[in-house]
Design a protein around this ligand. Structure first.
Ligand code: GTP
Ligand code: MG
Length: 390
């Protein structure tokens, strides 16, 4: 699908940069427009792929180009001050081809945390296309202020967008020695998962012989829904070279795996079901109770002859049982030049996320410790029903 993407703050800008790189390397074209918004001049200068003309320094009269220093209220003011310029820039970017907007921000800091929801609100008022958020949660050990910022901002981000896709820095495993090496790895992981999702929906512009099973942008939009929180699982496996008879074509055209390729057709099916299990039960971008999923989407990518229809169908039924969710979509994403098969699992409309309860708890604690009488919005409502009964 075609996205107009706005990266807000440092993490937002860096992740946007990484998504552009992913998009270019694979020639997928889901990033139709990219804008970086920040109150810190040096952060904007540090970007690589966002065109210089699309880097917007905001809040000059609030923080003079120096960033907010982890103050979401200042971040909110910075973005508010220049909201007309931001919306104009997005307006120049958005075309009739734009399927959705995506706002990216680290929720523990100041500029992205306070600013991204302001942009979300405005876009929601102006456009009928969905507005999505990609939010980065601070890891637990980042401390009270980050957690408190994230708790407040998440609430506003959820309200001002159609779905917030979350990535928890704390659950990411990295081998990096320093924080910034860690971020490079984490951002790579983020780009792979979210890049796969959004580029899968971009293939609908190609008309191929396998088009009816290919995931299109409307399936992604229907899965993400119009409110709530989304988490993503992913697993991939290299294809052995020298054995390219995966059986998917047989499945697809004959509707069975009869014939000479019986063995390898079975292999392709088994590979898919095991990848989907790994993607679902392994590390998610946001750890959650999988049974609290309201809508799910399964995407299997790889060379067309490895995309066994039978494998995808049986993986879909498994996912239905595993999540207890009755709205599970599934499709494939053919990548002829790829040497891996990958499964991406989207769990949307989540209602049970321990990490959010924890963030909220830390936020309330630090609120109690501080003297100021800020009006902390005590309940983070993110489930679809939102009546918060307990
Ligand atoms: N995944 C990831 N997280 C990051 C990255 N950089 C910062 N973060 C996280 O984002 C939060 C801080 O947000 P920043 O984006 O640095 O803050 P900001 O929006 O620039 O706001 P200021 O406070 O005004 O600088 C922290 O919770 C960090 O863990 C990054 O490159 N990748
Ligand atoms: Mg910053």
């Amino acid at each position: 699908m075609k996205l107009a993407i706005v990266g807000v703050g440092q993490a937002g800008g860096k992740i946007l940069d990484q998504l552009i790189e992913y998009d270019r390397t694979r020639n997928t074209g889901f990033v139709s427009h990219a804008i970086a918004v920040n109150s810190a001049k040096t952060d904007l200068m540090g970007l690589t792929h966002v065109p210089e003309s699309n880097r917007m320094l905001v809040g000059g009269s609030v923080v003079s180009g120096h960033g907010t220093g982890t103050d979401p209220e200042a971040g909110r003011e910075c973005v508010q001050e220049d909201i007309h310029e931001i919306v104009d820039a997005i307006g120049r970017a958005a075309t009739s081809e734009t399927d959705a907007f995506l706002l990216i921000a680290g929720l523990g800091g100041g500029t992205g945390s306070g600013g991204a929801p302001v942009i979300g609100e405005r876009l929601g008022e102006i456009y009928t296309e969905p507005v999505y958020g990609l939010g980065i949660l601070p890891s637990t050990d980042e401390g009270g202020i980050y957690n408190r910022n994230a708790a407040n901002s998440l609430q506003r981000f959820v309200r001002s967008t159609d779905s917030v896709l979350l990535f928890d820095n704390g659950s990411a495993r990295t081998g990096g020695e320093t924080l910034s090496e860690g971020y490079t790895e984490i951002n790579d992981e983020i780009a792979t998962r979210f890049g796969t999702l959004f580029s899968a929906g971009e293939l609908d512009t190609l008309s191929g012989d396998v088009a009816e099973s290919v995931v299109d942008s409307s399936e992604i939009i229907n899965t993400l829904g119009s409110s709530g929180i989304t988490s993503i699982g992913y697993a991939s496996e290299p294809i052995e070279t020298g054995n390219d008879s995966g059986g998917g074509l047989l499945d697809r055209f004959l509707g069975s795996d009869d014939g000479d390729d019986l063995q390898s057709a079975g292999d392709a099916t088994n590979r898919i079901t095991s990848l989907v299990r790994r993607a679902t039960l392994g590390e998610l971008t946001l750890p959650c109770n999988r049974e609290s999923t309201t809508r799910a989407l399964l995407i299997v990518s790889g060379p067309p002859d490895h995309l066994s229809r039978k494998g995808i169908d049986s993986a879909r039924s498994w996912l239905e049982t595993e999540t207890g969710c009755r709205e599970v979509r599934a499709g494939d994403y053919p990548l002829p030049d790829e040497d891996r098969v990958a499964a991406l699992v989207v769990l949307s409309g989540l209602t049970d996320v321990p990490r959010i309860d924890e963030i909220q708890g830390t936020a309330i604690e630090s609120e109690a410790e501080s003297d100021d009488e800020g009006e902390f919005e005590s309940l983070i409502e993110y489930g679809d029903d939102g009546d918060g009964e307990e």
